[in-house]
Design a protein around this ligand. Structure first.
Ligand SMILES: Cc1cc2nc3c(=O)[nH]c(=O)nc-3n(C[C@H](O)[C@H](O)[C@H](O)COP(=O)(O)OP(=O)(O)OC[C@H]3O[C@@H](n4cnc5c(N)ncnc54)[C@H](O)[C@@H]3O)c2cc1C
Length: 456
């Protein structure tokens, strides 16, 4: 069934989780779709590569069971059997020791010895704030309701409501999961991530991009197609794209969903209102550099990841033990570890070549965790450096209010609708939700358009 009335497809720009979810939902509703993707593979920041039998999830790695919309998508794709509930033990390093906390058992913060008895009242205050504000911190929200909470940094909140131990050994290392530090980060990110992480976790057997691969298999994705311009015409959109060695391509479409990081979307959509474009150009992404190490002997650590408070190391944020996250990440008996930095390190070392980054990372391991450094150096059989220029968004206080203004300023009747992580909390599930939302709006626009075409 073609409900656009024109026979033209709806073009989706960007085959990340946001774009492909939009396309899938539109296709389910009977609209012809076509996806244009610049890279030679779909998936964006939910993608996995394989080297020497190691499956490296290049960006997203942690999925939680309160990703309701993602689980619905998994069900609608019929791939439930590719998922499993996984280990959710997080390690936090304090005074050279790893304290183990099950993500859905906040009381482990105390029983593991990470926090002292004196922090119990702070834990209660945090729980009470989460109960009070929880309804404003939802995955399916556009974060508009969270804007009213967005008045201070995570550090200031920790000092005002919690205590020093909580600030240094919970709030600070949690912010490292977003490559940030509490002095920068909005309290909303901390409050949002507490109940989010405080859940059972799930994942896909073998590789996290099982989801994006399943989507791509059901959708017409044109890879190697770098879109350069998306413009609205009187009755549709015109999309310009290029591929090396070919003349420039121009396609007409009924409408478009532009599902790209904000600054790229700004460049491609010059027809947007100036205030909206300025917002998009300045979405505050931070870069990330992280390094994978394959080892031929699995280390004894049982946590999925170990977080490093700034007091333990100023630059290293997290080491993940990918083989503990879910099966299939490393060959039998081997381990796969990944070291993530806080973003200022990535900025400082952006121009260093991969060999240098690996060498620096060994040195950082020696400073932060000497026994593990020795294990990695003795057993390393693979190292791989991954960089993301637009990794995640560093939300400072006031950013969610600006996001709310931006979202309110967008034209719901435009034939160009936006999707992507910058429209919500910067993670896979919220990106997916922005894709679903864009699909609904685009359907309304093309349906109204086909009625008016009929009338004309
Ligand atoms: C290191 C890292 C770790 C993360 N960890 C987690 C995690 O554990 N859990 C979690 O839930 N989230 C995590 N995230 C966040 C999550 O990966 C992203 O929020 C989400 O995948 C973004 O999806 P998206 O579709 O909005 O954007 P993207 O995945 O970036 O998709 C955009 C697509 O557009 C394409 N594109 C760009 N320019 C053009 C163009 N001109 N023409 C055509 N195509 C173009 C890109 O190649 C890309 O495929 C992490 C992110 C990073 C970087």
């Amino acid at each position: 069934m073609n409900t656009t009335g024109t026979g033209e497809p709806i073009v989706i720009v960007g085959a990340g989780i946001a774009g492909m979810t939009a396309a899938f939902r539109l296709q389910q509703a009977g609209h012809p779709v076509r996806i244009l993707e610049a890279e030679d593979r779909a998936g964006g920041r939910m993608r996995t590569v394989e080297r020497r039998g190691y499956h490296m999830d290049l960006a997203a790695i942690l999925l939680i069971e309160n990703y309701t919309q993602m689980l619905n998508l998994v069900r609608d794709l019929g791939i439930e059997d590719t998922t499993l509930r996984t280990n959710n033990v997080v390690g936090i390093r304090r005074d050279g020791r790893v304290h183990h906390v099950r993500a859905n058992k906040p009381t482990d913060l105390k029983s593991s010895g990470l926090l002292p008895w004196s922090s119990v009242p702070a834990m209660r205050r945090l729980q009470s704030d989460l109960n009070k504000f929880g309804s404003r911190l939802r995955w399916d929200s556009d974060m508009g309701e969270a804007a009213s909470l967005d008045t201070e940094t995570a550090a200031a909140y920790a000092e005002r409501r919690l205590d020093k131990d909580f600030r240094d050994y919970v709030v600070d290392p949690m912010s490292a999961m977003f490559f940030n530090s509490p002095p920068d980060l909005s309290v909303v990110n901390f409050l949002f991530s507490m109940p989010a992480v405080n859940s059972e976790w799930f994942n896909f057997h073998d590789r996290v991009d099982t989801l994006t691969t399943a989507l791509a298999a059901r959708l017409p994705v044109e890879t190697g197609a770098e879109v350069t311009l998306v413009e609205e015409t009187s009755d549709g959109v015109r999309v310009h794209w290029s591929r090396a060695g070919e003349p420039d391509h121009v396609e007409e479409a009924a409408a478009a969903v532009v599902a790209l990081p904000g600054p790229i979307a700004a460049r491609l959509c010059p027809g947007m209102a100036p205030a909206s474009r300025t917002y998009l150009e300045n979405v505050p992404y931070v870069p990330d550099i992280h390094v994978y190490f394959g080892v031929d002997n699995k280390p004894s650590e049982t946590a999925t990841c170990v977080l490093f408070p700034t007091r333990e190391h100023p630059d290293l944020g997290v080491i993940t033990f990918n083989h503990n996250f879910a099966p299939g990440r490393a060959p039998q008996g081997h381990g796969l570890l990944t070291s993530y930095y806080r973003y200022p390190w990535a900025i400082r070392h952006w121009d260093s070549d991969d060999d240098k980054v690996v060498e620096l990372t060994h040195e950082v391991h020696r400073q932060a965790w000497p026994e593990l450094a020795r294990h990695i150096e003795a057993h390393q059989d693979m190292a791989y450096v991954q960089r993301w220029k637009n990794a995640v968004i560093l939300r400072k206080p006031g950013d969610y209010a600006r996001l709310r203004e931006f979202s309110r300023g967008l034209d719901p009747r435009s034939r160009i609708q936006l999707a992507g992580d910058y429209l919500a909390f910067s993670a896979t599930n919220s990106s997916l939700v922005t894709g679903e939302r864009a699909a609904v709006r685009v359907r309304e626009v093309v349906t109204a358009g086909s009625v008016s075409v009929g009338r004309g």
